[in-house]
Design a protein. Structure first.
Length: 240
């Protein structure tokens, strides 16, 4: 049987955003790329909590072991899943991801900021919010074709679903895992784009705390490496 790969998308995207990576992986792998609660076809799934999402993923993932990859929000969730079921995950690939905010006061402030964003989101159409989100500084510099594909993918979700995801799965909502990185037993690859200085720094700090970790910097890419360089991300997921 082909080895399994579980792919977790970022906030505002859906499992369909992984399509170029899935194509590059080809038939060598059995790929599972679900919609996380609050997104796409899972927009109305409730509750949108970390516990519920981990239960969903635990039921979807094969019991015999798999490679787990996650981008941004999906990377945070992937870290939680890897710590919850380390015996089932053979490799962990994190793209533009962090373990959260360690400082409780800063995390509380981020949660308040996320709540304001969620409230604003509920008053917008999905098209308007998608365009606003695409202008986020961390996503600056995406090529036009990548922007167009990402925008089309965001239109698969709803303002209410994304607001619920922001409240339940945002950086302010999830506990910090900085103190638990040393518990990860599997090989970990931290993927960042050359232009993404913030997450390049975070990846270096994470690697220092993980027993078996390496950082891969993808030339010319920004935060959304899997959208900008899907062939390279597929190679990394495949272990090359």
């Amino acid at each position: 049987m082909a080895p399994a790969v579980l792919l977790l998308h970022g906030f505002t995207l859906t499992g369909s955003s992984w399509a170029p990576v899935v194509t590059a992986l080809g038939e060598r792998y059995r790929v599972i790329a679900p919609n996380i609660r609050g997104h796409g076809s899972a927009a109305v799934a409730a509750p949108v909590t970390l516990e519920a999402v981990l239960a969903d993923l635990g039921a979807l993932a094969p019991p015999e072991g798999f490679t787990l990859a996650g981008y941004s929000m999906g990377g945070r969730i992937a870290l939680h899943l890897a710590l919850a079921m380390p015996e089932r995950i053979t490799r962990l690939v994190l793209i533009g991801a962090s373990p959260g905010i360690a400082n409780p006061a800063q995390r509380a402030e981020r949660r308040r900021s996320d709540e304001r964003l969620a409230s604003d989101l509920e008053a917008l159409s999905i098209d308007k919010f998608a365009r606003r989100w695409a202008a986020t500084p961390v996503l600056a510099g995406l090529p036009d074709d990548v922007l167009a594909r990402a925008h089309a993918d965001r239109l698969r979700s709803t303002p209410a679903g994304l607001a619920a995801a922001m409240r339940g799965l945002g950086t302010g909502a999830l506990p910090s895992l900085w103190g638990r990185l040393g518990e990860l037993p599997m090989p970990v690859v931290l993927v960042v784009g050359e232009r993404d200085q913030k997450f390049t720094t975070i990846a270096g700090e994470m690697a220092a705390s993980i027993p078996d970790a390496r950082v891969v910097v993808v030339p010319g890419a920004g935060h959304a490496v899997q959208l900008e360089a899907p062939d390279r991300v597929a190679e990394i997921i495949a272990g090359h």
